[in-house]
Write a protein that binds this ligand. Sequence first.
Ligand code: FUL
Length: 691
Amino acid sequence: MIKTIFYSVILSVCTMGLNAQVKAPAPCGPVPTENQMRWQQMERYAFIHFSLNTYTDQSWGFGNEDVKLFNPEKADCRQWARVCKEAGMKGIIITAKHHCGFCLWPSKYTEYSVKNAPWKNGKGDMVREMADACKEYGLKLGIYLSPWDRNSKDYGKPEYITYFRNQLTELLTNYGEIFEVWFDGANGGNGYYGGANETRTIDRTTYYDWKNTYALIHKLQPKCVIWNDGGDRGDLRWVGTEDGYVGETNWSLLNATGEVPWNMLHYGVENGNAWVAAEVNTSIRPEWFYHPSEDGKVKTVPQLMDLYYNSVGRNGSMLLNFPIMPNGLIHPTDEKNALAFAKAVNESFAVNLALNKKASASTVRGKSGRFSAAMAVDSNKNTYWATDDNTKTGSLTIDLGKPTLFNRFLAQEYIRLGQRVKAFTVEAFVDGVWKELAKATTIGYKRILRFPAVKATQIRFTIIDSKCSPAISNIGIYNAPVFLNAPVIIRNQAGQVTINTNDIGPIFYYTLDGSTPTAKSTKYIGPFSADGKLEIKAISYDPTSGKSSPVSIEKFDISKKNWKLIGISDEKAAAVIDGDPASVWHQRDNKMPIDLVIDLGNKYNVSGFKYLPDQNRWSSGIITTYEFYVSDDNVNWKIVDQGEFSNIKNNPLLQTKKFAPVTTRYIKLRALKNTSGDNVAGYADVDVITE
Ligand code: FUL
């Protein structure tokens, strides 16, 4: 007995001695907090958008919508939680209050809430039901509370801040643990404001006094992370787009307060002085709220996989939104696609071909086993391969034992010590030579690279530049199934249809009779003529694997053959009606409004119009407020619609507006305001909807 104690004392003294000899690297720059670490490991979680907008087919409510509209007869938060759980998500952030000010919980501080809605005779509390469902399904709960409130009479005044904090206090005290609070950046502008119906502008960097609001959050929910896009930086940042991707280079660091420039949001800042990780938010449909017109536009498995690689695979998290239908449920197509997506992620990363394989490194910190190459393939997230402090490059070779087919490479840094790697390559040993498969920049918490499948016996990961000596906790190699993207269908002014995709090699099949295309339908051999009102459905098909893509559906309205832009001599203006979303024309003047007049060539029964803004990243002339006129003679005009294109700045989608049918030959889209406050109206495309 005494002998055993003696030996174990000797052993622990020796181990202590070894560990003391080779110390772990010191942190390199800012490091994540425990809250940020916990959040980062969630990887995928959901947004739920549900409010009065759901009943008005709007993106942003004005604040005067009738609370009586809110009556989801089948509302079932357990369905939402089940779908999210089965879709592999770890939490749900619910829009407790969107910009219209309507509260999904019976707030003591306003009458504009579920307590005055017919739903459950005013006795319902959707946040409570969500919290209970999350608990039941083992999900975390997050809260979206819009700082901008278009209903509150006090919005814009100091009193509103007290109101806002009172509501925040209700939400952070009555519903258990909250993992994230979400403060949307959209702010100020026109609204109902208790009946004032006016425009109120605020400085979003100062008005909310975020410092004290954050202190309140930290006090009430010490484990909560804060997302904020428009004020003091929180724990997480927006990535500058709602399209679902962060920069390929993505530092989890920032160096800014107040308004953060786009490139910092998108790429982070290499030498930033604070850890502010990237959260990639996007919706499973084009819009955030439910619109029946988008039932055929639910993102498909290949699209969702792309989003996954461009968010989680680029050191970000993936926040995927489900719009709730007016009956209170997630639409079956959204559920089906989300579950198929989760299955695809699981299949893709089921077998790590590098796990416990023989690994060797060109250099190891203090030549210690504690930091050896094996630590990167041992599936233990707390161990890592590291190099000596002054060694900022190095390579790690994994021997797969036999020729192995793979098409994905995954790397993770030990981010508790900071984000370090600046550039790396991946090579494969094929037929006796090293072949470069990919070259990339940052890694961070997780980086996944895609490349065409290759068969090799060895793989080499080389860090070519790093801020400090690298610390790599995990390497994964996978052979993931490949999914074909649905093709894009475009019709030009002359009525010529083109079908295409970014994938290399597939062929296309299409139908014009509404039936679902298969490999037996008409084969696409080049642009073809199909003018007038019709629906085209198409698929991509890979003859080698026999796999086909999801179906693309495009509905076209009347022929544009005889359309003319009136009073415009610039030839480039043809882009407005050429059907190509990539081409754009900017109409400039020395003042607003700016009118775009189109002669349809014939009289039609018009019941709406479509406006696609400039789709480029640095787009301009995005119209936010408009009027729409019709005329028989291009002299006497009648206004048939007016309003705003909500959220068009962050999400520049195709805008569809409907009105009572009217017979007309000329149409006029009048731009009253744009997102940049200058005198430009930009159009990728303008179209009409006819009866
Ligand atoms: C945007 C909002 O304006 C949208 O309506 C939506 O809530 C999205 C998540 O954030 O900025």
